[in-house]
Design a protein around this ligand. Structure first.
Ligand code: ADP
Ligand code: MG
Length: 631
């Protein structure tokens, strides 16, 4: 479908969603769908719930977050259950400012953005529908129209508690435009949108010292004062501060703790009573989530300042630590790369995993238990099976530190190193070694790393490197495995033919020329030596095998390479030794012969077809494993 069609379709959908009616109509709607009258906090909570909740290892996993936030299940569960859930129930926490505290690039902004985009979408659905007094710049809650003295009756009839007073502007409009007839006041459905400044706002302070509160709470409109005659006429006031505009939804307060404390005091009444002061008017009730973010250092210095005490208790702090699971860290990189302009670069298998190992190691604290090292802890955290340990060990480890994940290397750093590797390498293909090298170089340029920390991190790089070496070797062996069974069988048959000829003192026939040839002593010994059979013992070994073959034959069974454990081991070792040679050759032979070349191509093809490499990275892997085997 072309884009113009889609635009048109979207418009007509929006058209269908629109609703306008009188307050009397609205009350009917509230009877039918009481949830339209829910508070902003409750709407956010339900938005998260409605997306689906799953149980995983005793943790709640919210689908709302899980497609974009990785490895933060515990932090998110705390956030939802300890903040949004009680806030949705109108408990006092909802008036507090939600402060997300965590290290740089740990996903705080991402989380807030998800809530914003989520609300925009949710308000277009039935369960998230929002209604407001028509023409109100703050999209005021229609139920505020119900006079205080009737609210108990309203509660009895509708089961809904109304909080907050009708704003000065709408109080005046009610008189002027509707002659006091509440039931006639026009109500409309609104759609939250940050772009249109409806119910979603972002406040980022300009100069923290000279910040004007008007940016938050609006200001006098000098062009209309003359018309209305007085500064205290609400019609001469522009309710267009960020707090006004974000009413009914959410306001993100960027760099909040960098603001001057006097400025922040303006927030006190908001966080105590749920209302704020604008101009010369009576207090304005606000129905919105205020969410800010900060890092640990900034937060510590904020609470150590006595002057901030009052505000301090009006803030609820939720930690957003770094992810501590290697596999989830890989997903973070995958996502960041997908969204970047290097998305089409080939990244060899294991590359992101190895980078993630390094990163997670920098974030983990040394286990207090002596029997577990950092690498094992890393594995346990990622849900791997580590021999000798189980989930209670894992829980014990987690309990050792309450504040793990608040420091270490951030994902953006890794992505930046990956990008710079890509730019430098000129081939659109990178591997684990490229990235480890780049991470290492980056440590020299990293401004905030002390010498001690640098040493520690360099050590983690070599730990990750060792892990990679093992993975690389296995990968190459695996690439040979496809032909393994066949090769093992061929080698075994060849060996048995020779053993038979040897024991019977007969000759073999060359399959090509038909010539008679002697048993291939060199071949037989090369296999037998793998399991330490001496020159003196070889005859007995060969005879024993022949006996085994005939014994099996009498029972109508065939001898194959699995029939004899020691021989099987010898064959396997021989194959791997040969394989080692083949790989070595790829690195050492400047001009491989036809046979070698064929083998190399075969393995490369398998690495590409079955293991996710491209020809550059497959060849790089072979060369690297060759050099490892040559050591
Ligand atoms: N746990 C995580 N899950 C998914 N993405 C993450 C996570 N942590 C960091 N990121 C990614 O890292 C980048 C920086 O995150 P951001 O939200 O800007 O961090 P902050 O605001 O905490 O500094 C973003 O691209 C974000 O998607
Ligand atoms: Mg941020």
């Amino acid at each position: 479908m072309d884009i113009l069609k889609k635009i048109e379709q979207y418009r007509s959908q929006e058209e269908k969603l629109r609703w306008e009616g009188t307050f009397a109509d609205y009350l009917k709607l509230v009877k039918e769908k009481p949830w339209v009258a829910q508070s902003a906090h409750s709407r956010i909570y339900n938005m998260i719930r409605d997306a689906g909740v799953e149980e995983e290892n005793g943790n709640k996993v919210y689908s709302f977050f899980s497609h974009e936030m990785f490895g933060l299940e515990e932090a998110l569960e705390k956030l939802v259950e300890e903040y949004f859930h009680p806030a949705a129930k109108r408990l006092d926490v909802r008036k507090r400012i939600l402060l997300l505290m965590g290290p740089v690039s740990g996903g705080k902004s991402t989380l807030v953005t998800m809530l914003k985009r989520g609300l925009e979408a949710y308000s277009r659905g039935d369960r998230g529908a929002v209604y407001a007094i028509k023409g109100c710049p703050m999209h005021e809650d229609p139920l505020h129209l119900i006079p205080q003295h009737l609210r108990d009756d309203f509660y009895k009839e509708y089961g809904i508690r109304v909080e907050g007073n009708l704003s000065p502007l709408n109080t005046m409009r009610l008189e002027e435009e509707y002659g006091g007839r509440i039931e006639d006041v026009l109500i409309e459905r609104i759609f939250l949108s940050e772009d249109k400044r409806v119910g979603i706002g972002t406040f980022s302070p300009s100069d923290p010292k000279s910040q004007d509160i008007a940016d938050l709470t609006g200001s006098i409109d000098f062009s209309t004062i003359a018309e209305y005659g007085s500064e205290s006429d609400p019609r001469a006031y522009r309710f267009d501060g960020e707090l006004n505009k974000a009413n009914r939804g959410l306001m993100e307060f960027q760099e909040m703790l960098k603001c001057d404390e006097k400025f922040l005091w303006h927030l006190l009444s908001l966080t105590q009573e749920g209302n704020f002061k604008a101009g010369r008017f009576a207090l304005i009730s606000a129905d919105e989530l205020i969410v800010a973010h900060t890092n640990e250092t900034e937060y510590r210095s904020f609470i150590s300042n006595k002057k901030n005490e009052a505000l301090h208790s009006r803030i609820i702090v939720m930690p957003v630590p770094y992810n501590l699971k290697v596999s989830q860290e890989e997903r973070i990189y995958e996502k960041m790369i997908r969204d970047s302009d290097v998305a089409d670069v080939h990244i060899a298998p294991h590359t992101l995993k190895v980078a993630a190992m390094f990163t997670v190691l920098t974030r983990l604290r040394e286990p207090k238990r002596g029997d577990i090292d950092l690498l094992k802890k890393m594995r346990l955290y990622d849900g791997e099976n580590v021999e000798g340990y189980n989930s209670s060990d894992l829980n014990e480890l987690k309990k050792e530190y309450q504040d793990e994940g608040m420091s270490g290397i951030d994902p953006r750093y890794v992505i930046n190193r990956i990008s710079s590797t890509i730019i430098r390498k000129k081939v659109p293909s990178i591997n684990a070694l490229d990235v480890l090298r780049s991470l290492k170089e980056g440590l020299d340029q990293h401004p905030s790393i002390t010498q001690d920390l640098r040493e520690k991190y360099l050590n983690f790089i070599s730990v990750a490197r060792k892990e990679y070496d093992e993975m690389a070797k296995k990968e190459v062996q695996k690439a040979f495995v496809y032909s393994y069974e066949e090769s093992a069988k061929t080698l075994m048959d060849n060996y048995l033919d020779n053993v038979e000829a040897f024991c019977n003192k007969s000759k073999l026939r060359d399959p090509l020329t038909g010539e008679e040839i002697n048993p291939d002593e060199k071949l037989m010994r090369s296999i037998e030596e793998q399991i330490g059979i001496s020159e003196n013992a070889k005859k007995a070994f060969r005879e024993e095998i022949l006996i085994r073959i005939s014994a099996l034959a009498r029972k109508g069974k065939r001898f194959d390479y699995r029939s004899h454990a020691r021989l099987r081991e010898a064959i396997q070792k021989k194959l791997f030794a040969d394989l080692k040679d083949v790989v070595k050759i790829t690195t050492s032979a400047k001009t491989p012969d036809e046979q070698q070349l064929k083998k190399i191509n075969e393995v490369v093809a398998r690495l590409i077809d079955e293991h996710g490499y491209n020809s550059t990275s497959a060849n790089e892997l072979l060369r690297y494993v060759g050099s490892l085997l040559n050591r």
